[in-house]
Design a protein around this ligand. Structure first.
Ligand code: CMP
Length: 246
């Protein structure tokens, strides 16, 4: 994001950025808080999530090293769109909105980069909505694992995805038990390796095929839109015939 800045501008930005250490579980901000800072992750992972009044959680994204978050409220002046929590011990950079806004106004190339980042967020959200509507549960799990692996390229096999099965269930909208059953079936086929608190994708093409097949099957079932948009319905629809055992 900042790599095309002139050295002078980069120096200025570095003067604004305050390095901060966070313990796993620390709240960085909550949904609806005012957006007074922009954040960059140096190490660790930050969880972006929303919760319902009855206490259910949905994880929208996991932000890793080199990525930014908190740009939306900083740029539009509205409140935070989601919660941000340290998902591991983290080192982050914090840039005050009062420093950042005049800076980005003076740097058109950087402003374009932020437009690209916002476009990527919209694309990500559209893909997430499409997954929920078009894919069955195992297909959603396969494409979520692939998306998380994609971020770890070029060497995904040596880069386990640090995520618990509970967190996967909050990303995919499946119960933890269904996630566990499906992952164990894939582990038996050596498509994934399950480690304590992490998962390694071993066979991307098998998961890719599975994700695409899941979407096709779901489309063939011609579910009415009223059913597709029913949150309860997407939370735990029974998988297509014998899917977990494939
Ligand atoms: P902001 O609204 O300031 O605070 C929450 C942050 O989470 C938001 O900025 C983005 O940086 C990030 N965020 C919100 N929604 C999503 C999403 N759907 N996918 C990825 N990141 C998001």
């Amino acid at each position: 994001m900042f790599r095309d800045l002139e050295p002078e501008a980069l120096d200025q930005l570095c003067r604004y950025a305050k390095p901060t250490l966070l313990k796993r579980g620390a709240t960085i901000f909550a949904q609806d808080d005012p957006g007074d800072s922009l954040y960059a992750v140096i190490s660790g992972t930050v969880k972006i999530s929303v919760s319902s009044p009855d206490g259910r959680n949905a994880i929208l994204n996991l932000i890793g090293p080199g990525e930014l978050f908190g740009e939306m409220a900083v740029l539009d002046g509205q409140s935070r769109s989601a919660d941000a929590t340290a998902n591991a011990n983290c080192e982050i950079l914090v840039i005050d909105r009062r420093d950042f806004l005049p800076f980005v106004r003076s740097q058109p190339t950087l402003a374009m980069k932020f437009i690209e980042l916002l476009c990527a967020r919209v694309r990500g959200t559209s893909e997430q909505a499409a997954r929920i509507i078009l894919q069955d549960l195992p297909g959603r799990l396969a494409s979520t694992l692939l998306r998380l692996t994609e971020k770890r390229k070029p060497d995904p096999e040596s880069r386990p995805i640090a995520i618990t099965q509970q967190e996967i269930s909050e990303m995919v909208g499946m119960t933890r038990e269904s996630i566990n059953k499906q992952l164990r079936a894939w582990a038996a086929r050596r498509w994934v390796r399950l480690e304590h608190g992490s998962i390694v994708v071993l066979n991307e093409s098998a998961l890719q095929e599975f994700a695409e097949a899941g979407a096709r099957e779901r489309q063939l079932r011609h579910l009415p839109l009223t059913v597709l948009f029913d949150v309860g319905a997407y939370k735990e629809r029974p998988p297509a015939s014998a899917r977990p055992d494939r």
